[in-house]
Structure formats: C-alpha cells, structure tokens
Design a protein. Structure first.
Length: 245
C-alpha cells in the first residue's frame, strides 16, 4: 500500500530533553548496504546495464549511483549514454529486472544487523525501514529475509521526493508520532546521510571506508557487530547533549 507524501515542515522541531528522548526513541533504517549486503551487487548491476547498451562506464560514474533510486539511476545512466540510445524507461526496466535476478537467493544481513534489530524490538523501540528501492524490490527482498520487526516500511514508491530529500525520514517520524530529533537513522550512502541530516535526525553511518562527506555523520561504524539498544540510546543522548545550547 502506498503512503501519501509527508507534510514537510520548514521549522526545526524543538529538541526533547534527554529523559524524554530515552523513552521516545525510534530507529529508522536504510535497507541496501546498511542492513543488507546488497550494495556491491547493485553496483555490479549498474555496470552490467551500461555494458548492455554498449558502454564501458567510468568507475566514478558507477560509484556515484550508490544509494540512488532506480528512477535516479536510470535517468543518470541514460544521460551519460545518450537518450537517443537508452531511454530512461528502458534503463529502469533493465535495472529492476537484472537486480531482482542477481539478488535471488543471494541476500544476506550485514554483520550485526539482525541482532541490533532484535535488541531494539525487545526494548520496545519502534523501527521503520526507509529505502530508496521500489515496493516491488522490497517485496522481493522480504521473501528472503524477515522484516516483521518493522512497524512500517517506506519505499521509493511511497514518497514524492526520494533521498537525498528529507521527506522519507520526515514521513517515517510522522508515522510513529515522533519528532525527527527523537529518531536515530542508520545509513550507508551520501544521499541517505544527507536525507537524515536534513530531516533533523541523529545519523549513524554504517560504512567501512571513509570520504570527506562521512565526517558529517554523528557516529560512524564499519558494521553493526556489538551494537544494541543501549548503544543506540547512548548515541542519541550524546547528540542531544552536543546540540543543547
């Protein structure tokens, strides 16, 4: 079921006191590359689509599509190849079909991800899956891994504006009745981090390598091994204290 676009509020919400945050904490999670080990396969699919249209892509062009929606990626690929050769709709169809084929039976949790979700759920922390993938893709993934701990799932089909726009995370907070400042977001890409920060959420970047943009995250970890509900609460409270005048 599609979700109506969020009402985007320009004013920065009042940051709650630490005690309030501890009891009202919510966690919003990106899917591909953050919880699931799928990002490398997605980028391999992007390369394969370039090759399918007779083009050898530059690696920076491929890397720039990390975290992109199918719509965003197909528009960029078509622009690079030339729309007279590859229309965005044709590229999108190739991306979706090839991705689903490549991922069939090949989807795994990233280290520590499933354990973290279980810990948060057991502590009563509400969870929302917030992905730039299509609803079709989410449904295909859900047939291979268990997403039952999530209260809601927001896909690219459920918002008017995808990441890096803050709408997906604002919508997730709204669905839970939380202020964005009461939410901790787990992300792995530049566009996802931009969306989380623009929404006013505490951000945890799950990424082994570093770049100039990774320093913008409130917290960075190479993977989720050892992370639990207590650790997430501590991250949220550190950000609350750091942001309090």
């Amino acid at each position: 079921m599609n979700i109506a676009p969020a009402s985007l509020i320009a004013d920065t919400p009042q940051r709650p006191a630490p005690g309030v945050l501890s009891s009202r904490l919510a966690v919003l999670c990106d899917m591909d590359g953050t919880l699931l080990d799928t990002e490398a396969t997605w980028l391999d699919t992007v390369r394969a689509v370039f090759y399918a249209f007779g083009v050898t892509p530059a690696e920076d062009a491929v890397a720039s599509l990390e975290g992109a929606t199918t719509e965003q990626a197909s528009a960029r690929i078509a622009a690079l190849i030339g729309e007279e050769v590859a229309k965005p709709s044709a590229v999108a169809a190739q991306l979706e079909t090839r991705s689903l084929t490549a991922m069939e039976g090949n989807i795994r949790w990233r280290p520590g991800a499933e354990e973290l979700l279980r810990s948060l759920h057991d502590e009563g922390v509400p969870l929302v899956l917030v992905t730039s993938s299509t609803r079709r893709w989410v449904d295909a993934v859900a047939s291979q891994v268990d997403f039952s701990l999530f209260t809601h799932t927001i896909s690219a089909d459920d918002v008017a504006l995808a990441k890096p726009h803050p709408e997906p995370y604002l919508r997730a907070a709204e669905l839970l009745g939380r202020a964005p400042s009461e939410c901790v977001v787990f992300e792995d890409s530049a566009v996802g981090l931009q969306a989380a920060l623009a929404a006013g959420c505490t951000s945890v970047l799950v990424r082994a390598d570093s770049a100039s943009w990774t320093a913008d995250a409130h917290e960075s970890v190479p993977d989720l091994r050892g992370a639990d509900a207590a650790w997430v609460r501590a991250v949220a409270l550190r950000n609350t204290h750091a942001s309090t005048p």
